[in-house]
Design a protein around this ligand. Sequence first.
Ligand SMILES: Nc1ncnc2c1ncn2[C@@H]1O[C@H](COP(=O)(O)OP(=O)(O)OP(=O)(O)O)[C@@H](O)[C@H]1O
Length: 286
Amino acid sequence: MTPVLEASGLTKRYGHRTALADCDLSVPAGRVIGLVGANGAGKSTLLHLACGLTAPTSGTIRVLGAAPAAGPAHLARVGFVAQGAPLYAELSVADHLKLGAKLNPRWDPDLARRRLARLDLDPRQRAGRLSGGQRAQLALAVAAAKRPDLLIFDEPAAALDPLARHAFLDHLMESVRELGAAAILSSHTLPDVARVCDYLIVLAGSRIQLAGEVTELLATHARITGDPTALPAAAETISRSDRGAVVRLPRPLPVDGPWQADPLDLEELALAYLDRAERLPTEAHR
Ligand SMILES: Nc1ncnc2c1ncn2[C@@H]1O[C@H](COP(=O)(O)OP(=O)(O)OP(=O)(O)O)[C@@H](O)[C@H]1O
């Protein structure tokens, strides 16, 4: 199956500032991808490149097997919700649906209506008067009603309270399932990513630090306590703390030794790679 996102040597500079450097990616179809990284890591830049909102300085990126925004048909296959879920403040909820129907060839009015009915939104309400949670949900409903094959969200739930965030992520996953779509979700909130994503990309210092299927990544990393020096040479230490060392283990996994290996969760795994990246000089400052 065609990968949903492929990048090779993908680099984006803004003047002297490098936002993304030499990124290689090949993300299989049908995944819910969590894109995590600190402020300024390059997450929005990667998503904007994927949507064709900006062009690479060098390298290539392909989305659903084609150049980003390759034409009207390709644009219709990608639903993008930018940071802060921007909407037209003066337009009502119903106006947003009318506009969506006009602009999108694959628009599904029933899907849009069903989503909004679930949200209990007054169709006459102006978007500028909606709460942050309602705005995010409306933006999601509009993006989903395009019936895209790929939904891209740039920190959709950042400003939401925990309950609204929970509800938003539930709706997001319902939409992904209903559409049979892939999704990319950038987020600072690791528990959110852990809840919904089955593919993880960690971005830091303009570079991809880690990318892979969550189950595979969790199976090949562990927290080691005891004597990590006795581990096989192929084991790579990612970070160390009072709680032990986070280590990428070779396959077959070493079964015994003067150490104890405990499984990690996705949050610990991502933090270990972010921590390691923080200790290295960043591309942006080179
Ligand atoms: N249009 C632009 N012009 C100049 N520099 C930019 C531009 N857009 C992004 N940058 C810089 O590129 C780097 C990556 O920014 P980007 O917005 O992609 O990061 P991010 O991971 O999305 O950050 P955040 O989590 O804070 O939204 C930052 O150093 C940022 O200042």
